[in-house]
Design a protein around this ligand. Structure first.
Ligand SMILES: *Cc1c(COP(=O)(O)O)cnc(C)c1O
Length: 352
């Protein structure tokens, strides 16, 4: 049988699992690598651009790759409850995998700052959701303290199994392209994912699956760009709530990925993010989260500086699905017309 069984079954040999590990999976992974020729035509026709569409994971973001590992290992260790701080997608994913594992899930989110789709997921899966009067960094500090003192497993990306599970996305990219891209482009929030991709690529090279490594290009939102600025941001602000983080947990590892790969971590403004978000939706038919669109905004910015060489192959990770936050899509698009239920009226508006 060739049914896809999730990232642990597919990449078991690279992961810290044994026959004794109960695999908690929603058949995550195996996401499309979409060739974006329309986007390339707009940005630079001499580039080969691929989109790793992680919004098509079971809960709508790449977090599922790490969560299948985190919950499987939590179950293996006999844990009865998991806890996380979240800008939304971590809680959506943790609550779904916890439900499947039969484990309690506690979620701390910044009050009023998470997209409604994500909040609805945590709630419907039965997590205990607490809105913290503070930001993500405050919530992360709290869950780190609580999990150190109480029998609950922390499933933020400081949990090493999260990062390990997320390495599988780099494996999938190499498997699909029969090699690594020249550049891998990611949004950077808590910086777990750029850490995971870099580790995934290095693992594949150490194992002899690939013979070179990509350049890692990370993008933060201008109002939440601690790594770019070189110091924590007390009050991070951006409409890309998934990367609204002022003090990333994997800061050092992200800087290592940047420097070891000869890459960059830079920032893009909310305006550039929204423009890229609309461009992806209208030119490629791909609906992603604003945080994900930071990749496209970043590539456009580097292109303007003449950063890329002819024929380079780029992979951009689109981290989450646009349906997480339909309010934003409606807010930045042209409004729907209201017409009388008459053919002439409809034709007039349509210009037919
Ligand atoms: C979590 C998340 C990010 C940020 O990833 P990090 O690993 O925290 O850097 C970006 N986009 C989306 C949609 C996310 O859910």
């Amino acid at each position: 049988m060739s049914r896809w069984m999730g990232v642990i079954e597919r990449y078991r040999e690279f992961l810290s699992v044994s026959e004794k590990t109960p695999v908690i999976t929603l058949n995550e992974g195996n996401t499309p690598l979409v060739k974006a020729d329309n986007l390339a035509r707009i940005i630079n026709p001499d580039l080969e651009i691929y989109l790793k569409y992680e919004g098509l994971n079971p809960t709508g973001s790449f977090k599922d790759r790490g969560m299948t590992m985190a919950l499987s290992k939590a179950r293996e260790a006999g844990s009865r409850a998991v806890i996380c701080a979240s800008t939304g997608n971590t809680s959506a994913s943790a609550s779904a995998f916890a439900a499947r594992a039969g484990i309690d899930c506690f979620v701390l989110i910044p009050e009023g700052k998470i997209a409604l789709g994500k909040l609805s997921q945590a709630m419907v899966h039965g997590a205990r959701v607490l809105q913290v009067k503070g930001n993500f960094d405050d919530a992360l500090r709290l869950v780190r303290e609580i999990s150190a003192e109480h029998p609950v497993t922390l499933v933020n990306s400081v949990n090493p199994y999260r990062i390990e599970g997320q390495t599988t996305a780099a494996f999938e990219v190499c498997d699909a392209l029969d090699g690594p891209p020249d550049c891998h482009v990611l949004p950077v929030g808590n910086a777990g994912n750029i850490t995971a991709y870099w580790r995934g690529y290095r693992t594949y090279r150490e194992q002899g699956v690939i013979d070179r490594l990509p350049v890692m290009l990370g993008f933060q939102a201008a109002g939440a760009a601690p790594i770019v600025l070189g110091h924590p941001v007390e009050k991070p602000e951006t409409l890309a709530t998934a990367i609204r983080i002022g003090n990333p947990a994997s800061w050092k590892q992200a800087v290592a990925a940047r420097d070891e790969s000869g890459g960059l971590i830079e920032s893009v403004t909310d305006e550039e993010i929204v423009e890229a978000y609309r461009m992806l939706a209208s030119a490629e038919g791909i609906f992603c989260e604003p945080a994900s669109a930071a990749t496209v905004a970043g590539v456009r910015k580097l292109q303007e500086r003449g950063y890329f060489r002819k024929g380079q192959r780029l992979v951009l990770t689109l981290t989450g699905h646009g349906l997480k936050d339909p309010d934003l899509a409606i807010r930045v698009s042209s409004p729907a017309h209201t017409v009388e239920a008459e053919k002439d009226a409809v034709l007039k508006v349509l210009g037919l």
